[in-house]
Design a protein around this ligand. Structure first.
Ligand code: URA
Length: 208
C-alpha cells in the first residue's frame, strides 16, 4: 500500500483553516470539499485516456476522454458525506455507494448497519471517503465489505491520517492506496488524531 501525501501549498493552506478551532461549520464544510477536489485530482492521475476527433471551432481537433474507468465513490456515514460534493464536482458521473458502520461497545470493532453499493462494483474503482483515518477500523471494515462483493480496485481519500491507522490498514489491505492531506503525530487515548481536526463529523454537520 502506498500513502500519497498531497503536498501542495493550496492543500497546506486549506488544512490550516480546518485545524483552526474557530472555523465555522459552513467554512469547514466548503474547505473540506475544496481539499477533496485536490485529493481526487491526485488520485485520478493514473486514469487512461483515449484520443478521438471532435469538430472544433476551426475544424476537426483531436481531444482526449477518460476511458475504461467506472468509478463509485463510497462515503462512510456520516462524516464521509462531507467530502462527497468535492469529488462529484470532478467526477460527476460516479455512482455513489454508501456504507454505514457503528461501533460495538464491547469489542470496539465497527459493525455494518447499512451498505447500498453501486451495481457492477466488481468492475469499478471504489474511492472510499472518510475525513479522518484514525484507528483504521472503519476503513478496514469498508474495504472488507467492498472486497466481499467482488470489488478489486480500491483507494481511500482522507483529509488527515494517524500513523497507527495507516499501519493497521497497510497490514490488512496492502493493495489499497491512500490519498491524504497530512499524516499527523498520533492518536490520543480516546482515538482522536493529534493535532487533527477534532470530531470531523460534528464539525461538518454543525453538531459540535
Ligand atoms: N474521528 C474524528 O472525527 N476525529 C478524529 O480525530 C478521529 C476520528
Amino acid at each position: 500500500m502506498a500513502v500519497h501525501v498531497v503536498d501542495h501549498p493550496l492543500v497546506r493552506h486549506k488544512l490550516g483553516i480546518l485545524r483552526k478551532d474557530s472555523t465555522s461549520t459552513s467554512e469547514f464544510r466548503s474547505v473540506s470539499n475544496e481539499i477533496a477536489r485536490l485529493l481526487i485530482y491526485e488520485a485520478t492521475k493514473g486514469f487512461s485516456t483515449e484520443k478521438h476527433t471532435v469538430q472544433g471551432w476551426a475544424g476537426p481537433v483531436e481531444v482526449e476522454a477518460i476511458s475504461g474507468k467506472m468509478v463509485t465513490i463510497v462515503p462512510i456515514l456520516r462524516a464521509g458525506l462531507g467530502l462527497m460534493d468535492g469529488v462529484l464536482d470532478m467526477i460527476p458521473g460516479a455512482k455513489i455507494s454508501v456504507v454505514g458502520l457503528y461501533r460495538n461497545e464491547e469489542t470496539l470493532e465497527p459493525v455494518e448497519y447499512y451498505a447500498k453499493l453501486a451495481r457492477n462494483i466488481e468492475s469499478r474503482l471504489a474511492i472510499i471517503l472518510d475525513p479522518m483515518l484514525a484507528t483504521g477500523g472503519s476503513l478496514i471494515a469498508t474495504i472488507d465489505i467492498l472486497k466481499k462483493r467482488g470489488c478489486r480496485h480500491i483507494c481511500s481519500l482522507n483529509l488527515v491520517c494517524a500513523p497507527e491507522g495507516i499501519a493497521r490498514v497497510q497490514a490488512k489491505h496492502p493493495d489499497v492506496e491512500i490519498y491524504t492531506a497530512a499524516v499527523d503525530s498520533h492518536l490520543n487515548e480516546h482515538g482522536y488524531i493529534i493535532p487533527g481536526l477534532g470530531d470531523a463529523g460534528d464539525r461538518i454537520f454543525g453538531t459540535k
